[in-house]
Write a protein that binds this ligand. Structure first.
Ligand code: LMR
Length: 328
């Protein structure tokens, strides 16, 4: 490839993205941080983009920017309030500056699986959470699922004791920091786009994430096995700016809202399959997945669950009780 052909293909692909938007259409930029293939958020955002561009042609157009190409999650919400981006779907661990109610989802072992998370989010208490940031200018449109988190490090982890003294990258969540400290791990908050490099160079020793993120970011390449702890949830809130949303013509807002709802239902229903595919794809690379028996898993529960006590005032005992009820 000559420089000229590279330049040409870049300008053609930039033109192709912009071609989704015609003069007079409302431009919706959707920024996110994951890959698009074998990934629940990547697939959902791409489907949303496709449907908006097909069904709202002439009124609105969407451009999705995946892989942190536009913003990291620590910048995207401010950019949204400035009007530089209209939609994003950060994980629920990334809203600390805006609300503490999502801390519920970060509590270790609070939901037994993604079906339980789904049921809670569709309850009245869950629905109410979507509007928890409106006074700060952010409107929650939908919860999108990813999956349960696993642990990995540069050594095999069977017991929490194996992780003691290591440094783990964490999302910027006080609950996750406390959970790591509870097992003697030093939590290092860091943008998602920086994790692979930090694991590779030994800036951190380990991390926790879902199968699709471990696969999509290739963390398995720079870790010594992954332990299937299913110890926590990683889920998303699709957000937009309240001002922008309320300023849309009513027909546009209604149609866009319906498309978001339908894409959410379709992709959330398929999430277990995407999760299982990513897990299998990791196994296919020859990476070891350490499975825990009930007694071994209970040791992780006993070590981490006491952090709940520190956050009851933020999340509400009633929400914890509701989550526990759903787990039964
Ligand atoms: C992370 O930072 O690990 C995740 O929130 C990334 C994502 O969007 O799934």
């Amino acid at each position: 490839l000559t420089i000229a052909t590279i330049a040409l293909s870049l300008s053609v692909s930039a033109g192709a993205v912009a071609a989704a938007c015609d003069d007079g259409e409302i431009v919706i930029k959707f920024s996110h941080v994951t890959n698009t293939d074998k990934h629940p958020k990547g697939l959902a955002a791409s489907l949303l983009e496709k449907r908006v561009n097909e069904e709202m042609d002439g009124k609105a157009c969407m451009e999705v920017f995946p892989n942190s190409t536009l913003y990291d999650d620590d910048k995207v919400l401010e950019a949204m309030l400035q009007g530089d981006v209209q939609m994003a779907a950060p994980s629920l661990s990334k809203f600390e500056q805006f609300t503490k109610v999502f801390r519920l989802f970060d509590l270790p072992f609070v939901f037994k699986n993604i079906e339980a998370v789904d049921e809670f989010q569709n309850s009245e208490a869950g629905e109410k959470m979507k509007s928890s940031m409106e006074r700060r200018g952010l409107k929650g449109l939908a919860f999108w699922h990813n999956g349960m988190k696993q642990m990995s490090a540069n050594k095999p982890l069977v017991t929490p004791e194996d992780a003691r003294g290591l440094k783990f990258r964490v999302q910027p969540s006080e609950v996750i920091k406390a959970q790591m400290e509870a097992i003697g791990v030093s939590p290092q908050p860091m943008a998602f786009s920086e994790v692979y490099g930090a694991l590779q160079t030994g800036v951190v020793d380990g991390q926790e994430n879902t199968w699709s993120n471990i696969y999509g970011q290739k963390f398995f390449e720079v870790q010594d096995g992954i332990t299937e702890t299913n110890h926590g949830v990683l889920d998303y809130m699709v957000v937009t700016s309240t001002d922008w949303w309320e300023g849309l013509p009513e027909d546009v807002r209604t149609q866009l809202g319906t498309i978001v709802e339908e894409v959410t239902a379709e992709r959330n229903a398929a999430v277990s399959e995407v999760d299982a595919d990513a897990r299998q794809a990791i196994l296919d690379t020859g990476t070891e997945i350490i499975e825990l028996d009930d007694a071994q898993r209970q040791v992780w529960v006993d070590a981490m669950k006491p952090v709940w006590d520190q956050f009851i005032d933020d999340v509400g005992q009633d929400n914890i009780d509701a989550a526990q009820q759903i787990n039964l």
